[in-house]
Design a protein around this ligand. Structure first.
Ligand code: GLA
Length: 384
């Protein structure tokens, strides 16, 4: 066989093969990110869109470790909090950049009943269950498959969670896809299936600071959240079951508002909710469930002009103002993360739904496909 034919055959075979984590895929590079305690190696992927936006993400926890986004003058800065080294993620991260599951947010007393059986989950937030338990999806090594479709590049992460893991029923196959588009959108798609009814509530826990590294506060960001209610919580941040109307309270972000402008108004109507959470740490109730992607939130950072819009198919978004960042985390480039130096917009179902008959159901049945999507779109005030 001549050399030309051999080359054609190799190209044909390569074209038919699914991209694997070791394949060079256009727009995507990868390197080692360190070794887990059990000896397995984590990988760090770097994805660059044609516009220059760049994301670094590891298969450990599906963690987005860096997201470089343009400002109004064309300068790229990293707009997410995180660490430089795997060891720091292993030794205790407040879910920086991670995929959270099986159940994002809290389940009261780490317990729920389903089909006549009571399930006891791992308690890792006092007596409550938080973000999937002691070893949630943020702390497992996912299988990773980079892919490219024209100008769009991404990674498919897959994880099979065994029956009984952290106390949950059923073998759950979870798949989370990150895709970056040429027009500066990060699309996060979630899919899952199970062989036994189980609660599922997956989310992405990136902490953003659109001013870039070195900015130690998000309080001057301007936020809009398209929601008329929050889920009221008790002193342990477990929903009481009541919805609180945001009108006339410091929770009203329907019209864009500087995050810090009302965060200390614990004496205002509804302010007791700020007091129990030490700031904003509440699920906002979005309308239009079942109508596909809807605008949940829009954030504007005035000094750089950066804008982030969050659209989602989920019924809620947890706005967390970084109240537990207390300067104990020394992050990327030696930046110490002070109180409220990052915010999260975690699209999700409502907390403790397995114990709240009045909330939209989070139970996935065998034969059903859990299928949801959230998009983070970046632009600047120069594009307006
Ligand atoms: C979520 C929770 C917060 C806190 C952070 C992680 O946003 O709602 O209460 O647990 O995650 O520190």
């Amino acid at each position: 066989m001549n050399r030309f034919l051999i080359t054609v055959l190799i190209l044909l075979v390569a074209g038919c093969t699914e991209p694997s984590s070791t394949t060079m895929t256009p727009g995507i590079r990868h390197k080692g990110f360190g070794t887990l305690p059990d000896g397995r190696e984590a990988t760090l992927y770097s994805i660059t869109s044609p516009s220059g936006m760049n994301m670094e993400v590891t298969n450990y926890g599906g963690i987005i470790t860096s997201l470089k986004v343009e400002d109004r003058d064309g300068r790229f800065d990293d707009v997410v909090l995180g660490f430089d080294h795997l060891e720091d993620y292993l030794s205790g991260s407040p879910y920086f950049g991670a995929i959270v599951g099986r159940y994002g947010n809290r389940i009261s007393n780490g317990r729920f009943s389903l089909d006549g059986e009571t399930y006891e989950l791992a308690a890792n937030d006092g007596q409550n269950h938080l973000h999937g338990g002691i070893q949630g999806f943020d702390k497992v090594l996912w299988d990773a498959r980079p892919f490219s479709m024209g100008n769009e590049h991404g990674i498919i992460f897959e994880y099979d969670s065994p029956d009984g893991e952290e106390g949950y029923p059923g073998n759950l196959s979870a798949k989370v896809t990150y895709m970056m588009t040429a027009d500066n959108r990060l699309i996060v798609s979630y899919q899952a299936s199970t062989d036994k009814a189980t609660p599922v509530n997956l989310t992405q826990h990136s902490y953003f600071n659109l001013a870039g590294p070195g900015s130690d506060s998000i309080l001057d960001h301007v936020l809009m959240i398209a929601a008329e209610h929050i889920t009221s919580v008790d002193a342990e941040l477990i929903p009481t079951g009541d919805l609180l109307a945001v009108a006339g309270t410091p929770f009203d972000f329907r019209v864009p508002l500087v995050i810090g402008s009302r965060i200390s108004e614990t004496g205002a109507a509804g302010g007791q909710q700020l007091e129990v959470a030490g700031g904003y740490d509440h699920t906002y109730v979005l309308s239009g469930v079942g109508e596909g992607l809807r605008l949940a939130a829009r954030v504007y950072e005035p000094t750089t002009g950066r804008i982030m819009e969050v659209t989602t198919r989920e019924p809620g978004v947890q706005f967390y103002s970084g109240n537990f960042l207390d300067g104990n985390f020394s992050g990327k480039g030696g930046n110490v993360y002070a109180d409220r130096s990052g915010f999260c917009l975690e699209t999700q179902h409502f907390p403790d739904s397995p114990n709240q008959a009045g909330f939209p159901s989070t139970i996935l049945q065998p034969g059903e496909l859990y299928n949801t999507q959230t998009v983070f779109a970046f632009s600047t005030d120069a594009d307006q």
